[in-house]
Design a protein around this ligand. Structure first.
Ligand code: ADP
Ligand code: MG
Length: 676
């Protein structure tokens, strides 16, 4: 860089001089009294600073010089308010630093200090302009002003053509100038430089020192730590430390004419207080986004737990609802207010000798009861039906004439047989649409045609809609309905029924009806060789069973969500460790703990929410696929479920991101900056 190039006045933000201010008698900007800093090392404690007294005036340029390990960096960290573990007195601009809270110290660093580090400490993911803007983001400077000033500073420092370069695309000298621009971003009333030339070649180092001289001439107070005697001697004042003690404090003659004190820098335009929180949150979003994009595979694998968890919860809940609705609709097709009487005692008699005690006479007796509205006896069997040269196996239902009304089957053609057909064992049959489509492939009218069941001819008198909700093994079953009397005596040659469906009168109570039917049949049969089933009880059983099942599977899915959350926490902890130095830089330039906390919390929440979104998308695919694979089964996909999925993934992000975010926010800036 050209040392003679004049530094243009770029705006009002840089310090300006007080023309009338007195020359050295003003109160010091930095004042230390008996300042002591000890480090605990096991049992012993190392005294890094031993009761130091020191005054530095506004506008001075000071070298702190000494051998390695003498305490220079420790002094610098105390002066820069990065280290609070000292005893004694430190006043900045007359204010007692020990009375400052953590966020007040951050504010002091942000608004009054600038730091230049030996290793530049630029953030690798940000370009030059973004690195320079950083302190102003935490100060709430408006985006436009911020951007404008960062570009001006970079141009002024000869980096006009490096604005969008990332640090690793710049030389050491260029990076160090970027860090000087960053130190000046918020005014940089006091600039601390710890071994600023340590990583530079001698020529670049000399240029850098000249730049610091120029800044000092403009009124910046500059404190440079160095172990190089020659460099120190080129500065107007040298403070030499040895083993934590100031052993020499020399001013060269011209230091007495050093720059007069500078006024605090004028301020750039700021965001409104309310809007500022929002802006900083948006910034945190951008940072989180960058962090996620820079480790795409890792981010995706971290999300996987959340994706699977959310997708399974949403799908299971949907499937549970869908199958329950389906089963319930089938039960509703049995009609409400109905009680089914089956022969045999529950499952106990299944497979044993058939119980043959339920008879049409029982049905008649039940029909006599006051509570009974209608009674439909039923026998069922399967057989082979033949029409012309087509034969197929059918499910044969022997029913009474009210059956169609009670079970809600709708006629698409013809009509039902009547009571007389039942009494006269009429050879009439009602077929369903599936049967019609099987036998009458050319769309002929089936009415009046004759179907052969075994050797028995039955005339088709009606066609009913197939029970469309059938699924599983019964899906494409052909069903035909004939008078039960016909089926019993002409087809099966049996005298007993399989079941009796009783429709209870609307004003009668179901339980009373059940008791009456039970007592009646007990009296007639002498033993309980039958089972009563009430559709309400079946419905309740099914509802509670699906609920239990859904709850159970949801618990498992929830566990997978928690495991996913732990995965997120784990990766966030890794990420915090990886970015320890970045956190140190942010804290040093004045980020509040809340800013760091917010940054990592938002990152965790974003990982979870994006994972949750993918999970919801996945379960949407499932809900579209399932009805194609299983006919009649639909998976409801409600906005409530989606909302809950996003809410729970946000919650997981907050819960599992909290610990890593807090550990990031609690980092000590000095230790974080030194982290390897
Ligand atoms: P310099 O910067 O002059 O090389 P430092 O200020 O880094 O020296 O260190 C001064 C003394 O304090 C050294 O003896 C060093 O070992 C000790 N010291 C510095 N930081 C720590 C720490 N975090 N824990 C323990 N000892 C420390
Ligand atoms: Mg050091």
């Amino acid at each position: 860089m050209n040392q003679n190039r004049p530094i243009r006045d770029i705006d009002t933000a840089k310090p300006t001089r007080h023309p009338a201010a007195p020359e050295r008698d003003d109160p010091p900007i930095i004042s230390l009294r008996k300042l002591r800093r000890e480090f605990k090392a096991g049992e012993e404690s190392i005294v890094a600073l031993n009761d130091i007294d020191l005054n530095i005036a506004r506008g001075e340029m000071v070298a702190i010089v000494g051998a390695s390990g003498s305490g220079k960096s420790t002094l610098m960290n105390v002066l820069g308010c990065l280290d609070q573990g000292f005893s004694g007195e430190y006043r900045f601009d007359g204010r007692d630093i020990r009375k400052f809270g953590i966020d007040e110290l951050a504010e002091l660093r942000r608004e009054h200090f600038g730091f230049i580090f030996q290793r530049y400490q630029l953030l690798a993911d940000l370009d030059a302009v973004e690195n320079v803007e950083l302190p102003a983001i935490y100060s709430g400077i408006k985006g436009g002003d911020r951007h404008h000033r960062a570009r001006e500073l970079l141009t002024r420092l000869g980096l006009g053509d490096r604005m969008t370069h990332r640090p690793n695309a710049m030389s050491g000298g260029q990076q160090q100038r970027v860090s000087i621009a960053r130190a000046m971003m918020n005014g940089g009333e006091v600039i601390f430089a710890d071994e600023p030339t340590g990583a530079l070649d001698s020529h670049t180092g000399a240029e850098l020192i000249e730049l610091l001289h120029q800044l000092n001439r403009e009124g910046h107070t500059i404190i440079v730590v160095t172990h190089e005697k020659a460099l120190a001697e080129s500065l107007p004042r040298q403070i030499e430390i040895l083993d934590g003690n100031i052993v020499a404090d020399t001013r060269t003659a011209d230091s007495m004419q050093a720059a007069p004190p500078a006024a605090p820098p004028a301020r750039l335009k700021r965001n409104w207080a309310l809007f500022d929180g929002f802006t900083r949150t948006m910034q945190a979003f951008a940072i989180a986004m960058r962090a996620m994009m820079s480790h795409k595979l890792r981010t995706f694998l971290t999300m996987l737990g959340i994706i699977i968890g959310i997708a399974s919860v949403v799908s299971v809940v949907g499937l549970g609802q869908g199958s329950q609705e389906q089963v319930l609709s089938r039960i509703n097709s049995l009609g409400t207010n109905t009680i089914n009487v089956f022969s045999g005692q529950g499952f106990r008699d299944r497979g044993g000798p058939r119980v043959e005690t339920l008879t049409p006479a029982d049905a008649k007796a039940i029909a006599q009861l006051n509570v009974a509205d209608s009674v439909t006896p039923r026998v069922s069997s399967s057989g082979t039906a033949l029409y012309r040269n087509i034969s197929a196996s059918v499910s044969m239902n022997g029913v009474a004439d009210q059956y169609f009304r009670v079970s809600g089957l709708t006629f698409v053609a013809g009509m039902s047989f009547d009571a007389e057909s039942v009494d006269t064992l009429a050879q009439e049959v009602v077929i369903d649409t599936t049967t019609r489509d099987t036998f009458f492939t050319n769309g002929e009218d089936p009415l009046g045609e004759v179907l052969l069941i075994g050797k028995l001819p039955l005339r088709i008198i009606g066609v009913v809609e197939s029970n469309s909700s059938s699924f599983g093994p019964n899906a494409n079953q052909l069903s035909i309905y004939a008078p039960y009397t016909t089926v019993m005596s002409r087809v099966l040659g049996q005298t007993f029924l399989n079941n009796i469906t009783v429709r209870v009168k609307d004003d009668a109570s179901m339980s009373a009806a059940e008791t009456e039917i039970k007592n009646l049949l007990l009296a007639r049969h002498g033993s309980e060789d039958f089972t009563l089933m009430n559709t309400d009880t079946i419905r309740e059983t099914i509802e509670s069973t699906t609920q239990t099942l859904t709850l159970f599977i949801s618990m498992i899915a929830l566990i997978s969500l928690i495991v996913g959350g732990i995965g997120v926490m784990n990766i966030m902890l890794v990420s915090v460790t990886e970015r320890t130095r970045e956190i140190g830089v942010r804290l040093a330039i004045g980020a509040r703990r809340g800013d760091i906390m917010r940054q990592f919390l938002i990152e965790a929440v974003m990982v979870c929410v994006v994972g949750g979104g993918i999970g919801v998308g996945l379960s949407l695919c499932i809900s579209l696929l399932v009805p194609m694979l299983v006919s009649g089964l639909s998976v409801p996909f409600s906005a409530v479920t989606v909302g809950l999925a996003f809410a729970s993934s946000t919650l997981i992000g907050i819960v599992f991101g909290f610990m890593p975010a807090r550990s990031a926010a609690r980092l000590d800036p000095v230790e974080a900056l030194a982290f390897e």
